[in-house]
Design a protein around this ligand. Structure first.
Ligand code: EPZ
Length: 420
């Protein structure tokens, strides 16, 4: 298992480019199942999670190949094996997004229950409920979702989600585009990745209105043509890099990010004292002195993204005062706290709320990654900490970041990967 070694204390300077969004690429890859033929998807980051979904699509009978740069070519056959097996799904629970397209196109699906992960139980009750409302008959047998459509084709439905679920909304969208009649989805997730999926589907000939808004209307069509789409940039990677620039009191330009996908995050960064400036094609961040304390509460988009909570906690850990952070989306997303404490952070957790008492500087130590965003937070902490920080189990990091150390080193970070 690889680990990353960081020597803290260097103000980062320079320009870094953001990759395509993991959480836009995954549903877009799954959407290719909706149309036979040759699909082309651009700006697909080279990540462990993307490779896992590629293996699942190959298992079904698709051809999945990387072309030039960040382009992926998919050949989807007329008939395929509509199954996502446990040994693949358990490593990446977002594989559940193949459920909607399989049911829409083939009227059946066998998808392993994703199971939980470090940050929470990750139920899929909303996914199953909305697909049931569209005519799917679903049972859970031996750890698998067994779904079929007795009448052959899903039918349009009106449905209100009990809560905002990103992949739940995405599964519903992909089911509705080939359903018979109109579907109206309410209380949808409004993340930019949902809007991007809707754009990709409309590019295939779907008829979706309101992708990315709380209410989405879909007029079902009888078939779709292969995808030609470029996924949006990764707002969470961009946010992680902005925090790195502010934390190290550096001056960094993050190229290719979409500021209007990141309004809540940029607001919090300003509150923490970062100086942000729109520049052509991206955002410039400068950290001037110790960060200021913040009060932060995660929420569905357009609220503050839960995927940036751990990273902002690092900024708070060295702020000039005490910060309050409340995680409202996942029930166990403070795994990074125990490791940050090893680096000298003063953090206490009470239920959903963490109280972070800023210290002047962290001190390096060996730490263990537990989940994707926690591992990014530990790398960030190492950029500040005095001495050496060794982040172990970086396979967690590689699920969602394209060689993060290779993005930080050109900015001056003393960081390297050691393959065990
Ligand atoms: C997506 O996960 C993202 N993953 C997550 O990013 C992100 O943290 C999350 O949305 C919230 O923004 C992808 O897009 C691949 P949810 P998802 O369904 O769709 C509960 C990362 O680091 N819920 O929006 O699985 C659920 O337990 C990952 O890149 C139900 O109760 O999240 C959670 O508390 C981590 N029943 C809340 O809703 C359901 O049927 C939000 O979950 C579905 C969800």
């Amino acid at each position: 298992m690889d680990k990353i070694i960081v020597e803290g204390g260097v103000p980062l300077r320079g320009t870094v480019a953001v990759s395509g969004a993991k959480n836009a690429a995954l549903p877009a890859l799954a959407a290719s199942l909706l149309a036979e033929g040759d699909h082309v998807l651009h700006n697909v980051p080279d990540l462990a999670d993307v490779r896992t979904l590629g293996r699942i699509l190959r298992h079904m009978g698709c051809v999945v190949e990387r072309g030039e740069g960040r382009t992926v070519h998919l050949r989807v056959p007329a008939a395929l094996n509509a199954e996502a097996p446990y040994d693949l799904v358990r490593t990446m629970r977002a594989s559940v997004v193949v459920l909607g397209p399989l049911l829409a196109r083939f009227g059946r699906a066998r998808v392993s229950l994703p199971g939980g992960c470090a940050i929470g139980a990750r139920p899929i009750d909303q996914h199953l409920k909305v697909l049931g409302a569209m005519g799917a008959e679903i049972t859970i047998e031996h750890g698998y979702v067994e779904a079929k459509v007795p009448r052959g084709r899903l039918r349009g439905a009106e449905f209100v989600f009990d809560l905002q679920t990103v992949t739940g909304t995405e599964n519903a969208l992909m089911a509705a585009v080939l359903a018979d009649g109109e579907t109206v989805l309410r209380n949808c997730a409004r993340e930019p990745e949902v809007a991007d999926l809707a754009a990709a589907l409309n590019g295939m000939g779907a008829r979706i209105e309101g992708g990315g808004r709380a209410e989405i209307r879909v007029h079902g069509v009888s078939s779709l043509r292969p995808m030609r789409h470029a996924v949006i940039s990764d707002r969470i990677e961009a946010g992680t890099l902005l925090v790195a620039g502010a934390l190290t009191r550096g001056d960094v330009v993050v190229q290719g990010c979409e500021p209007d996908h990141m309004a809540a995050l940029l607001e919090k960064l300003r509150e923490a004292g970062a100086v942000l400036e729109l520049v052509p094609g991206g955002l410039r961040v400068r950290g001037e002195g110790r960060p200021k304390p913040i009060s932060l509460r995660t929420a569905p988009h357009p609220g503050f993204p839960t995927d940036m909570q751990a990273q902002m906690m690092v900024l708070a850990a060295v702020a000039d005062g005490s910060s309050v952070i409340t995680e409202t989306i996942f029930e166990n997303r403070y795994m990074h706290v125990l490791e940050l404490r090893r680096l000298g952070a003063e953090i206490t957790v009470d239920g959903k709320t963490a109280l972070v008492k800023g210290v002047p500087r962290l001190s390096g130590a060996p730490v263990m990654a537990s989940d994707l965003r926690a591992s990014a937070a530990l790398v960030l902490a190492g950029l500040d900490a005095s001495g050496q920080t060794e982040v172990q189990r970086v396979y967690h990091l590689d699920r969602g970041y394209e060689r993060l150390e290779e993005k930080l080193a050109p900015l001056g970070a003393r960081i390297r990967r050691v393959s065990a």
